[in-house]
Unconditional design. Structure first.
Length: 171
């Protein structure tokens, strides 16, 4: 039995040692200059992955992001500028690949939406503050006497409950 456990454990360890490094492959790019490497890092950090939607292509593990990183590298090697590469990616994947889309009729709500909500909130605050606080109502002597009697009655009941609780504890 111990022999079988050892065989199974070694089989699993062997399988993991072969499969895990393949899954953790890192893209290696050979740059012509440090400036080109900085431009690559900047571009991959500013372009959004269309598949992941919340990650840039530098942080995404999606195949599409890997292809986009490769294309950025190729375009940099061809001598393209940052703006030319961004324009290429926008032409290929749409304005979604940038984190700051241009102001167009289709993106107008993205730019004006927060401003509209701020204006609506400010209008609500102004309206509520101008409406004013309603005046306090004064009570007459009869209501005041009735309230005092109720408060006195509640106080007496609380005293009785306290005394009853103390007598139970003493027993």
């Amino acid at each position: 039995m111990k022999h079988w456990i050892a065989v199974v454990a070694l089989s699993i360890a062997g399988w993991l040692s072969v499969s895990l490094p393949a899954q953790a492959a890192i893209d290696v790019y050979e740059f012509k200059s440090p400036e080109q490497e900085v431009a690559f890092q900047d571009l991959t950090a500013t372009l959004r992955c269309p598949k992941c939607q919340n990650n840039n292509i530098a942080d995404s593990n999606a195949e599409l992001a890997k292809d986009m990183r490769q294309k950025v590298f190729e375009l940099l090697n061809q001598g393209k500028s940052k703006q030319e590469i961004i324009d290429y990616m926008i032409a290929r994947y749409g304005n979604f690949v940038t984190y700051n889309p241009p102001i167009m009729p289709s993106t107008l709500i993205l730019w004006l939406g927060p401003l509209c909500f701020l204006l609506i909130g400010a209008c609500v605050l102004v309206y509520r503050s101008r409406r004013g606080v309603t005046g306090t109502k004064t009570i007459d002597a009869e209501e005041s006497a009735r309230l005092n009697a109720l408060l006195e009655e509640i106080g007496q009941q609380a005293d009785k409950n306290d005394q009853a609780g103390e007598s139970k504890v003493k027993k």
